[in-house]
Design a protein around this ligand. Sequence first.
Ligand SMILES: Nc1ncnc2c1ncn2[C@@H]1O[C@H](COP(=O)(O)OP(=O)(O)OP(=O)(O)O)[C@@H](O)[C@H]1O
Ligand SMILES: [Mg+2]
Length: 238
Amino acid sequence: MGEVLRVENLTAGYGSVSIIRDLSIEVSGREIVAVIGSNGAGKTTLMLSIMGIADIMAGKIILDGEDLTNVPSYERVVKGLVLCLERRRLFPDMSVYENVISGAFRRRDKAGVKQDYEMVSELFPIIEQRRNQLAGTLSGGEQQMVAIARALMAKPRVLLLDEPSVGLAPIARKLVFEKIKEIREKQGISILVVEQDAALALQYSDRAYVLEQGRVQFSGTGLEILNSPVVRRSYIGL
Ligand SMILES: Nc1ncnc2c1ncn2[C@@H]1O[C@H](COP(=O)(O)OP(=O)(O)OP(=O)(O)O)[C@@H](O)[C@H]1O
Ligand SMILES: [Mg+2]
């Protein structure tokens, strides 16, 4: 399938400070693309730029051929760019159900919302099992599942995930990536995922980019990157 998201020669950051420098990446239909890199490399800033939250100084963000560079971030969500933030950020005093449904707050297609709710509850059984539990009392791994479900309720074309496995035990981390694969298979959407656990992300991604100081240092298939000696030394610690 063809290209869905293209980030073209992007320079972006905060105020006049550029963190991302002349960066280009692309994501095709049904692709899982990983962005890896050490702390402070600019991974979150890249996600925030794609969403129109960080400041864009040069370059373009293009979704399905449409230039969204100057479109406000809430409109980008409606167009299909949905970000699931680092460290979850659920509404802790709201129930699991309320958190999940809040992802659809901009949608007016009631039937579609109902259908998508059924879809996410099937994908994540925890949603119905813990429907009325306060989200803040779920375990870290459970909260991550609910956060991904909430993002899916916004009906993304491209789901952006910032460190979905952070703070989770190895088994829960793996489960998150199994679910990411399942989402791609069942929903046919594209996924751009930022991860610090590079080895894990690379095993599950079709392609990957390695970021260093706001620039792309390497790119290739997940396996190519995973097997590259220099990447293994510098980013995977193997
Ligand atoms: N709101 C902000 N204002 C100014 N500088 C910021 C802001 N947020 C982040 N930065 C800086 O941008 C750089 C990149 O940060 P970013 O959060 O994008 O890195 P990251 O790759 O996501 O790191 P991590 O793996 O630790 O999450 C860092 O030097 C950081 O200090
Ligand atoms: Mg980050």
